[in-house]
Write a protein that binds this ligand. Structure first.
Ligand code: ATP
Ligand code: MG
Length: 268
């Protein structure tokens, strides 16, 4: 197995003092988040707390007003999403977005090749006939990575099924598998259980635990299913109205009065 640990003592991914404003709204107010290698970090909070916004800042889609994002201790606050992807950051989105025309396996192949295709030469090789590069022979390591991700997510039997023909539950797993095919060191998951039934949610939780244990991937898990987060995460950060109101191990978060107040709407 490849060594996915940090080359230094720095956290794999770290945000410090991150502030984001949308007009007059302070979506994030000096927020910090630390993700050591191969850990599961939970990020919870009521609707509009700023969870997806923080993912935007970590993945490079949203530039913060203030604060710093670091990967392995290196400042990437101004780095593009593509540059961060090459450094090992992958994410899924709150709304499921698969390419309907492609099979389940092809979704992963595209993700694998997209991470590698960074030179003009590579691009010219695949244009104009084959925009996604699917007609090319597999790149070195591609089959092993793609098939390994399918296997880990239990998707081998639907590999050649069109994405438009699979249900939402399977689609969520495909999205995780696709992110995994880009061989991330840290995977940001924005509400992966949304739309899943209880059995599918349990299966997903099992898969996420295995991802960390078997593939050594660090996860940041945004979820409305608080029970799932408290069951999986090593460390949990709670946001409310753009501020961190609690951070700690699951047991402490479960007992935290401010967290209960934020969720139940009672005053502290
Ligand atoms: N592009 C934007 N422009 C203006 N306001 C935004 C934008 N994106 C988010 N917001 C606002 O910022 C706040 C934080 O939104 P965000 O989507 O990060 O919350 P969230 O914690 O992910 O919520 P949810 O649980 O509903 O997904 C909300 O008040 C939201 O309305
Ligand atoms: Mg959100």
């Amino acid at each position: 197995m490849t060594d996915r640990s940090s080359p230094t003592d720095h956290p794999l991914l770290e945000a410090t003092d991150v502030t984001v404003r949308f007009g007059g709204l302070v979506a994030l107010d000096r927020v910090a988040l630390t993700v050591p290698p191969a850990t599961i970090v939970g990020l919870i909070g009521p609707n509009g707390a700023g969870k997806s916004t923080l993912f935007g800042v970590l993945s490079g889609l949203i530039r913060p007003r203030a604060g710093t994002v670091r990967i392995d201790g290196n400042d990437v606050t101004r780095a593009s999403p593509q540059a961060r992807a090459r450094l090992g950051v992958a994410r899924t989105f709150q709304r499921l977005e698969l390419f309907g025309e492609l099979t389940v396996r092809q979704q992963l192949v595209v993700a694998y090749r997209a991470k590698r295709r960074r030179t003009l030469f590579d691009l010219a090789r695949t244009l104009p006939l084959d925009l996604l590069g699917l007609g090319n022979r597999p790149a070195p390591g591609e089959d092993a990575t793609v098939d390994g991700a399918l296997e880990l997510l239990g998707l081998t039997s639907v590999a050649s099924v069109s994405a438009s023909a699979i249900g939402l539950g399977t689609g969520r797993l495909v999205e995780v598998a696709r992110a995994l095919a880009s061989q991330p060191r840290v995977l940001l998951l924005d509400e992966p259980s949304s739309g899943l039934d209880a059995r599918e949610t349990d299966e997903l939780a099992e898969v996420l635990a295995r991802l960390r244990a078997e593939a050594g991937v660090a996860l940041v898990l945004v979820e409305h299913n608080v029970g799932m987060v408290l069951g999986l995460a090593d460390d949990v950060t709670v946001l409310d109205f753009g501020e961190v109101i609690a951070r700690g191990p699951a047991a402490a978060i479960r007992a935290d009065a401010a967290v209960q107040a934020a969720y139940l709407g009672t005053s502290t």
